[in-house]
Every structure is written in structure tokens, then in C-alpha cells.
Design a protein around this ligand. Structure first.
Ligand SMILES: [Cu+2]
Length: 446
């Protein structure tokens, strides 16, 4: 048995797993040459943005982007404060740009009207904006906010401008016995931070822990798994980008492309150490050079946490009927070299409308990656569902705003254009690609 374990670990070394997992597994292979990085501080919780209800019942709050040296902050913290909302809330969110560069506030993933999201509007230094909206029903989940000033998004993200949004709703009651943790990933220099700290640790307080995983990096794909003694332990996916899936789904890894979120439940009834790990992943397709695994965070599970039952059902996720699509389109990621990124052969021009769609119709889009690396496709204002990947039907229905498209791959999505018409954007969510023009303009008309 021990022999088999050692040989499996040896295979993992070949696969690029770091020594951290090896030492954690109690097998001191390579300890002399590769020390496991030490645990960081306790996982910080995000400060919550104060929201005050006016006499009209509308919740008011304000985010201010300020610079200090080379860093930029929302309301003085990086990540920015947690915007905590509930389905049905009416909100008036103010934003002030106190940077010396154009910026803006984009509420990533919330299906807001194009006029409210205003992704083509840049706010000059000193300018303000107000976004007023009602939080739609059925969107309870994990979202985030970040700047959308084309050309400078990557710099501002890397410098600290990003913050989390959590929307709660009735379905959350099914998970109220879980320890609910928000883990927001950003890149700080050579490390990936979690809530602003590197390799934090936390002690779960319930026998089941809900991890809200938020990839707020500017361009890092994170294939996330949970390891116990170096072995993957299954988790249950309960939510994707646009909120809950129909029922918990057992998985051993979750890919989070830049911008993407997923929520998983982890069994935390067995005392010991669990390591939330970024597993080796290749953005160059199958067989391409993969990243090396590294630890994101550790859970120190105490003894005696009572089990928490897994809900059998979470909610109904509407089925979209592909046969009713008014239109089928093909959208192609492309480009040449390392600094030329296109959508349908063109780079972004905010004066040009690239696609026109009709409100209250359903469209099916084949999003094709004709380039050499992964590109996460992101659409503003209109949530979509993945129908198939390279022709293989998607195993479950889920609402999304971001989906990864590997090189040579095709992801087919169904987009119902509901709510308000207007002019909005779709783009690659690797911020440098978007800044270099991998973005198009969509106009939804009545
Ligand atoms: Cu891209």
C-alpha cells in the first residue's frame, strides 16, 4: 500500500505538483531541496460597504477609487469592500474617480441594463457616476466589481481595483448551516492572494464549508481542487457565475477563468488539514505546457464538527430551447503574435456596432477560439447558458456571464435577450487582451 502511494506521488512530481503537497502528505520526499511554503496569516474577511436606506427604501452607498503611490484602492482597501445585497433590493451605488487616469465601475455579472452598466463610458479624473438598479430575483450568488476603462483595465486591476459582491436570496436558506467563506483571488506580484493575503489559513466552524471562489485576477486561469494529504478530495459545486445550479454536483476540480466564479461545498467533518490548491493547468490546450501547482489557502479542520446534510435540490434552472433561437452566430477569438488579439478579425472600436440583436429573442452563439491560448468569453448585461463544448452537450444547466474557450475549441451558448435594450460589450476577460482590443460592441434593439 505504502509502495503504491509513493509511486503515485512520484507520478505527481512528474506532473508538476509542488513539494508543498508532498510534505503535507507526510512523505518527506524532496524535503531537503524543496521546502513547502509556510502558511500565511488568518484569512481576512472583507469589510462590508455601508449601505443606508433612504426614505424611499433605496439602499445608498459609495465607492471611491483613490491612488496612493503605485497602488489604487476602492475606499482605501484592496480588495475593495464587500457589497452585500439581497435579491429585490433597490440600490443606488455612487462611484467617484479620484485617480489621475480614466476609470469606471463595472458590476461584473449582475444582469443590469446596458444604460446602467455603461461599459463604454469612461470617467475622467474627478468625475462621478451613479448606478441605480433593482437586484433581480434568482441571481443570488457571487459577483464582483472592477474598472472597465478600455486600455487601462489590466494596470488598474493589478494595482488593486477590484472588490466582491454577494447577493443573497431564498435558496441561501438551504445552506445556512454551512460556514460561508468568500475567497477572492487577485494577483499581487508573483503570488496569488486570497482576500489580499498569500496562503491564508482558516478554521472552519461547521461540518460543511461553503467556498465562494472568485477569480478576480487580470489573467490567471485557476484550476482549483481541495487536497487532503496530497490527494484530491471531492467537493460539491452549488453555484456558477449566475448563481445556483439545480442540485449539488460532485467534482474534484473547478476551472476558474479570469472573471469567473464558482461556489463549492467542502465536507469539513474530518479533523486535519485541507489545502485549497491551484492544480497544474495548461492555457495552451491539451498537452500544452502546464503551470506548476501551488497552494492557495489551507483549512485547519478541528475535530468534532457535526455533519451538515447536503441539500438534494437547490432551485430550478430554466431550460433554454435551442430550436426557438431567432439567430445563430459564430464569434471567433483570433490574432497573431503576442500583442494582437481580435474578435471576428477586428480589434475594438467603440464607434462600431459589431452585432445587433433583438430584445426578447433567444440567440445561439458558437464562440470559437482560433488562437493558440485560452480566452474567457464574457458578455455584459445578458446572462447565458452553455449548451455544448465542441459538440458535447453540457452536463448541467447553469447561468453564466463568463466561459472559458480553449484553443481550437468551440463553446456554444444560448443567450436570451431580456430586460432592457441598449449598447453593451462582449470580450475576452484576460484584461491585457481586452485592453489590446479583443472586445466587440453588441447593440440590443427593441
Ligand atoms: Cu483573451
Amino acid at each position: 500500500m505504502a509502495e503504491r502511494k509513493v509511486s503515485r506521488r512520484t507520478a505527481l512530481i512528474a506532473g508538476g505538483l509542488t513539494a508543498g503537497a508532498l510534505v503535507a502528505g507526510g512523505v518527506p520526499l524532496l524535503r531537503a531541496t524543496l521546502a513547502a511554503p509556510a502558511d500565511g496569516p488568518a484569512l481576512p474577511r472583507h469589510p462590508t460597504l455601508p449601505l443606508h436606506a433612504g426614505e424611499d427604501g433605496v439602499l445608498r452607498g459609495e465607492l471611491v477609487a483613490t491612488a496612493s503611490g503605485n497602488s489604487v484602492r476602492y475606499n482605501g482597501s484592496a480588495p475593495g469592500p464587500l457589497v452585500k445585497l439581497r435579491e429585490g433590493d433597490r440600490v443606488r451605488l455612487g462611484f467617484r474617480n479620484d485617480l489621475d487616469a480614466d476609470s469606471s465601475l463595472h458590476l461584473h455579472g449582475l444582469p443590469l441594463a446596458p444604460a446602467v452598466d455603461a461599459p463604454l463610458t469612461h470617467l475622467s479624473p474627478g468625475a462621478t457616476s451613479t448606478q441605480e438598479f433593482a437586484v433581480p430575483e434568482g441571481v443570488a450568488g457571487t459577483y464582483w466589481y472592477h474598472p472597465h476603462a478600455h486600455g487601462d483595465v489590466e494596470r488598474q486591476l493589478l494595482a488593486g481595483l477590484a472588490g466582491p459582491i454577494v447577493v443573497t436570496g431564498a435558496t441561501d436558506e438551504l445552506l445556512k448551516a454551512c460556514d460561508d467563506r468568500l475567497l477572492m483571488f487577485t494577483r499581487t506580484g508573483r503570488d496569488i492572494s486570497v482576500n489580499g493575503t498569500v496562503r491564508p489559513v482558516f478554521v472552519p466552524t461547521s461540518g460543511r464549508t461553503r467556498l465562494r471562489l472568485l477569480n478576480a485576477t487580470a489573467g490567471d486561469h485557476l484550476l482549483v481542487g481541495v487536497l487532503r494529504s496530497g490527494d484530491r478530495t471531492p467537493v460539491h459545486l452549488v453555484a456558477t457565475d449566475g448563481g445556483f445550479v439545480a442540485e449539488p454536483v460532485e467534482l474534484t476540480e473547478v476551472l476558474l477563468a479570469p472573471g469567473e466564479r464558482a461556489e463549492v461545498l467542502v465536507d469539513t467533518t474530518v479533523a486535519g488539514r485541507l489545502e485549497l490548491t491551484a492544480l497544474p493547468y495548461s492555457v495552451y490546450g491539451e498537452g500544452g505546457a502546464a503551470s506548476t501547482a501551488f497552494r492557495l489557502a489551507a483549512l485547519h479542520v478541528p475535530a468534532g464538527l457535526p455533519p451538515v446534510a447536503l441539500p438534494a435540490r437547490l432551485r430550478d434552472v430554466e431550460a433554454l430551447d435551442e430550436a426557438k433561437a431567432a439567430r445563430r452566430r459564430r464569434i471567433v477569438f483570433g490574432g497573431t503574435g503576442t500583442d494582437h488579439f481580435t474578435l471576428d478579425g477586428k480589434t475594438f472600436d467603440h464607434h462600431r456596432v459589431d452585432l445587433e440583436a433583438r430584445l426578447d429573442t433567444l440567440e445561439v452563439w458558437d464562440v470559437v477560439n482560433d488562437h493558440t491560448t485560452d480566452h474567457p468569453f464574457h458578455l455584459h448585461s445578458y446572462s447565458f447558458q452553455v449548451l455544448s463544448r465542441d459538440g458535447a452537450p453540457e452536463p448541467r444547466r447553469a447561468w453564466r456571464d463568463t466561459v472559458n474557450v480553449p484553443p481550437g475549441g468551440t463553446v456554444t451558448i444560448a443567450v436570451p435577450f431580456r430586460g432592457e435594450p441598449g449598447r453593451t460589450v462582449y470580450h475576452c476577460h484576460i484584461a491585457s487582451h481586452e485592453d489590446l482590443g479583443m472586445m466587440g460592441v453588441l447593440e440590443v434593439v427593441r
